[in-house]
Write a protein that binds this ligand. Structure first.
Ligand code: NAD
Length: 411
């Protein structure tokens, strides 16, 4: 199932709970603007290549639209449309004064030189610069894009509109970026996990954690939870994983991965396990932090963890979600769990608008506060309405957007 279909199922459940009218549902589900542009660029070989770029601006009822820019060969309008809507609900769950958007270019960045990527990015900005901006729509990194790409976007945008660092977030720290932006998603995953354990009355030290994915989100989550005295018993990446009952040495794992381009293979401090084994491991917390759709109807019955923290986007298929619900497994949804990245992006935007540099401590403190408050609101709503944390999170996000829409006088 495509993530956009899953998002739609969860939206409908929340809309039913909120008793939203058909006309409001239709308005909330319809993107404000969808743009497709061609991107003709000269390759290093002198050949002409033409790529297709998209930007979908879903909803701006609560503020300027915010969302990443993805470079991947499979990017298409439908995918971008679904992800843009997800951003609208995600920014609303954590109560940021933003709407939602998403963009992408159908391209394989690993097959282009850095100079070619820069030309593609600048050409894309040439095509959409009138449609984005600090008070309209603010792109950020996503799959296949980096802080360097964000720096090119700002520089190209500035050529048309003058100095505007707030036109894009996720920039390098030395080029108007925010300290702590890199760790923010993983830190947020960790902070929300600790809140949940406290709410469930569980002891934090010694909690056994298995993490799938050892990239940006997985590594920072592992570090944060290790510092909170959890036991990271297993981690994996695309090539498989490692297990150690007493807890893996996270520093050794990080060093090992750093020395071989981020990959874990060959690590000597644990027993090899497959990704399928990691998902079915006897542990307290399972944190899928790699791909979407890894927990489906086929393997949901094998999961032994009592808590699943959705650090990746849409790692659980809706069928599996129902199975976990029936089995009494607590699932904390992606829309809340991985909102640390967009929250830090918001701080970067505020910093750029105010021209006042934030320090790392302030970023961490504010991040923990925003995510902690959002978690409490979702928790309370789930308890009072007797719904899952996922339905409560969608109710909170969709409800806020619906109220802003009505208050603006549109409906
Ligand atoms: P990343 O590219 O840095 O890391 C991905 C990790 O997953 C790598 O270790 C990779 O080897 C592993 N992986 C890939 N295929 C796998 C497979 N088949 N089985 C097991 N592991 C596999 O990506 P990231 O930035 O850490 O993002 C991870 C997830 O979190 C994605 O779903 C992403 O959409 C989501 N997310 C990321 C952010 C962010 O700020 N980085 C924000 C919100 C959501």
């Amino acid at each position: 199932m495509r993530p956009s279909e899953a998002t739609r199922i969860y939206f409908d459940r929340a809309a039913d709970q909120l008793d939203l009218s058909e006309s409001i549902r239709r308005l909330l589900l319809t993107a404000k603007r969808e743009v497709q542009v061609h991107i003709p660029v000269e390759l290093d070989s002198g050949e002409l290549a033409t790529y297709i770029g998209y930007r979908v601006q879903h909803n701006d009822a609560r503020g300027p639209m915010k969302g990443g820019l993805r470079y991947h060969p499979k990017v298409d309008l439908d995918e971008v449309r679904g992800l843009a809507a997800l951003m609208t609900w995600k920014t609303a769950v954590v109560d940021l004064p933003y709407g939602g958007a998403k963009g992408g270019i159908a391209i394989d960045p690993s097959k282009l030189s850095n100079r070619e990527l820069e030309r593609v990015t600048r050409c894309f900005v040439d095509a959409i610069h009138e449609l984005i901006g600090p008070h309209v729509d603010i792109p950020a990194p996503d799959m296949g894009t980096t802080a360097e790409v964000m720096a090119w976007i700002m520089h190209q945008y500035d050529k048309y509109h003058g100095f505007s660092p707030a036109c894009v977030t996720g920039k390098p720290v030395d080029y108007h970026g925010l300290p702590g932006r890199d760790e923010a998603t993983g830190r947020g995953v960790g902070a929300i996990t600790l809140k949940l354990l406290s709410r469930l009355g569980r002891r934090i030290p010694g909690t056994r954690v298995a993490i799938q994915g050892f990239g940006n989100v997985g590594t920072h989550t592992a570090r944060f939870l290790r510092d909170a005295e959890c036991r990271i018993v297993a981690v994996s990446d695309a090539g498989g994983g490692f297990f150690r009952q007493d807890g893996l040495d996270v520093n050794a794992l990080l060093k090992h991965a750093q020395n071989q381009g981020g990959r874990l293979d060959g690590f000597a401090g644990g027993d090899s396990i497959s990704n399928a084994e990691l998902l079915a491991l006897d542990c307290d917390l399972l944190i899928p932090a790699a791909l979407g759709g890894v927990l489906s109807r086929e393997n949901a019955g094998a999961v032994r963890a009592q808590i699943i923290i959705e650090a990746a986007n849409a790692p659980i298929e809706p069928d599996a979600d129902s199975i976990f619900d029936d089995r009494g497994i607590t699932v904390v949804p992606d829309i809340l769990v991985n909102a640390g990245g967009v929250t830090a992006s918001y701080f970067e935007w505020v910093q750029n608008l105010q021209q006042y540099q934030w320090g790392l401590n302030r970023v961490r403190q504010e991040l923990d506060r925003v995510l902690g408050e959002a978690f409490e609101q979702v928790w309370q709503l789930a308890a009072s309405r007797k719904v899952s944390l996922r339905t409560a999170a969608y109710m909170l996000g969709v409800g806020r957007v619906a109220r802003a829409t009505v208050l603006s006088g549109v409906a």
